[in-house]
Design a protein around this ligand. Structure first.
Ligand SMILES: Cc1cc2nc3c(=O)[nH]c(=O)nc-3n(C[C@H](O)[C@H](O)[C@H](O)COP(=O)(O)OP(=O)(O)OC[C@H]3O[C@@H](n4cnc5c(N)ncnc54)[C@H](O)[C@@H]3O)c2cc1C
Ligand SMILES: NC(=O)c1ccc[n+]([C@@H]2O[C@H](COP(=O)([O-])OP(=O)(O)OC[C@H]3O[C@@H](n4cnc5c(N)ncnc54)[C@H](O)[C@@H]3O)[C@@H](O)[C@H]2O)c1
Length: 505
């Protein structure tokens, strides 16, 4: 075996890539993982984890307000120390990062630091990334997959700017896991201060007093919610006729109501016409749903209009691969996530829908590809049963089909909806919200469950089993929910659908 040969090369060490690598190594495959930045990728360093850490801080601030306004607790928020918040957030990220590195090292995955490009169907060239320690791997992680990394003579003086390259060969497969980056729009480019994407919002110098958020998907809603909790004036602009437009219409309605109640100016069906940079902010012209033009000034414009797959410089053509018109790498066989070129697989945000662009879906895709490569039977990812959560205040959580989508797909549906405040614990929380279940008419299987309200991110787990296991309302109604809990509302909705309604008429 030559030092630069392995069974599997994974390009990209985000959640999709590192999960593939971990599982493949656990199944006895010799794995090289190439990452040009930090293992953990978008989710750990710029996405899920830092944003949820910040949203936790936001919940604490909201809790103090609720304590004062509803519960007679004489407490106020003096101020938020942004550097202190950032320090805690970054400590959580750093500890998780160390954990991922340790898992990879323990599994025997050889991590190579550098930028990878395909040079054939089983060959990959890795180039040093300027400003890093080069293609020598991550401290504490075995790096002998980088051929010559230990033995290469030091570069001669005139070589110092030339990137070093390493050629790797995969005996069995190459897995593409290069993820995605924020989409931007024509107009003022992100400058990290006045115009930001979710990447640089994390590292902005402070908390703005006003924010214009463009895009009412998960990122836009979460950041709008965060900044509102931190006291900013927030305008949330969504081009579609409702925020979170891919969710059930009642989810959008309840979420809009909740955000508006908290003072967020939600403008769906609106368009950004242009934006101009000011000394300390932006001035934007919007056309709203009624066609009226309105000018908004804000300290910060946060652009959250979706993400684009990363394939630039990946050398797809050298392996005989292309992308679709949106830039995604499309599998020829979704049950193996294998492209039209045998032995090249793809996971994570590089995949088009129905892969949902979510970290937990990419974990499932990594497991599937690794098990496929190890020759184990592995069920295709059941995308219909992947939960979708927005960690705003209020939160949303859903799994399966919305009502309109179920009807479009030809299902004869029956629907039951209940406000969370109809159960005692919902009244205690006092934040509104709802449970909606979409099922096949006549007691058939549950097609979708949709939740809005406090803590619904933690409540969706039972519903993903209900949808994933094709349960019927009567199956669920047999099981008792604890009293008093918010989950009781889910139980009540199923009891009614099963013809055994207790509190719901
Ligand atoms: C603000 C935000 C919040 C989010 N919150 C959530 C959430 O709460 N829950 C959730 O499920 N999802 C969330 N997501 C989505 C989630 O982050 C992505 O779905 C997930 O990170 C995709 O993983 P991936 O491995 O496909 O790609 P990535 O995580 O993007 O990883 C790709 C990796 O490949 C590396 N790379 C790229 N090209 C090369 C190359 N040529 N050579 C070597 N390395 C390369 C990159 O450096 C990167 O580390 C969020 C995203 C954002 C932006
Ligand atoms: N909690 C979570 O699971 C979570 C959190 C953040 C991000 N993510 C994932 O990250 C990815 C990116 O998130 P995102 O919110 O940026 O993308 P998205 O595609 O989910 O939402 C973008 C929104 O911007 C709107 N839009 C597009 N152009 C616009 C314009 N010119 N003006 C106004 N609105 C416009 C779209 O209609 C859409 O609703 C998604 O896959 C998302 O699921 C997940």
């Amino acid at each position: 075996m030559t030092i630069n040969t392995s069974d599997v090369i994974v390009i990209g060490g985000g959640t999709g890539g590192y999960s593939t690598a971990l599982r493949a190594a656990a199944l006895g495959l010799d794995v090289v993982l190439v990452e040009r930045d930090k293992v953990g990728g978008t989710c750990l360093h710029r996405g899920c984890i830092p944003s949820k850490a910040m949203l936790h801080a936001a919940e604490l601030v909201d809790g103090i307000t609720e304590a004062r306004e509803r519960w007679g607790v004489r407490a106020t928020v003096d101020s938020v120390d942004w550097p202190a918040l950032v320090a805690t957030r970054d400590d959580i990220v750093a500890r998780n990062h160390k954990g991922v590195e340790a898992h990879l090292a323990h599994a025997g995955v050889r991590v190579v630091r550098g930028s990878a490009r395909l040079t054939g169907t089983r060959t990959v060239r890795v180039e040093d990334v300027p400003g890093t320690e080069g293609a020598q791997g991550v401290p504490g992680v075995r790096t002998d997959a980088a051929p010559g990394a230990r033995d290469d003579p030091a570069p001669r003086a005139h070589d110092l700017t030339a990137p070093r390259t390493r050629d790797l060969v995969a005996r069995r497969a190459v897995v593409l896991a290069t993820g995605s980056r924020p989409r931007t729009l024509p107009g003022p480019a992100p400058d990290g201060r006045r115009v930001v994407t979710s990447d640089d919002a994390l590292f902005a110098p402070g908390l703005p007093a006003s924010v214009l958020v463009l895009g009412g998907g998960a990122i836009g809603v979460e950041y709008a919610s965060f900044h509102r909790s931190m006291g900013a004036e927030v305008t949330l602009v969504e081009a579609a006729d409702r925020i979170v437009p891919l969710e059930d219409a009642d989810v959008s309605r309840y979420l809009t109501r909740g955000l508006k109640k908290r003072g967020v100016d939600v403008r769906a069906g609106a368009r950004l016409l242009d934006a101009e940079l000011l000394e300390n902010g932006v001035r934007a012209r919007l056309r709203d749903a009624r066609g009226e033009i309105r000018t908004v000034e804000a300290e910060r414009l946060l652009v959250a209009v979706g993400r684009a797959p990363v394939t630039e410089g990946l050398g797809l053509e050298a392996a005989g691969l292309t992308t679709d018109e949106r830039g995604f790498v499309v599998p020829a066989d979704w049950s193996r996530l294998e492209t039209a070129v045998p032995g090249i697989h793809v996971v994570g945000d590089l995949l088009p829908p129905p892969s949902p662009g979510l970290a937990h879906a990419s974990f499932a895709e990594g497991l599937l590809v690794a098990e496929t490569l190890a020759g184990l039977p592995s069920a295709p990812v059941d995308y219909a049963a992947v939960p979708r959560v927005t960690y705003s205040s209020p939160q949303t959580a859903a799994v399966g089909l919305g009502e309109a989508e179920a009807r479009v797909r030809g299902h004869d549906v029956c629907v039951n909806t209940m406000p969370l405040t109809a159960v005692a614990k919902g009244m205690v929380h006092g934040q509104g919200g709802m449970v909606k279940v979409v099922a096949e008419a006549g007691g058939g299987r549950v097609l979708g469950v949709h939740l809005v309200g406090p803590h619904v991110s933690e409540m969706i787990a039972e519903s993903q089993l209900i949808v994933g296991w094709d349960a019927e309302p009567a199956d669920v109604a047999r099981h008792v929910h604890a009293h008093p809990t918010l989950s009781e509302a889910v139980g009540e909705v199923f009891l009614t659908l099963a013809g055994r309604g207790l509190h719901q008429q």
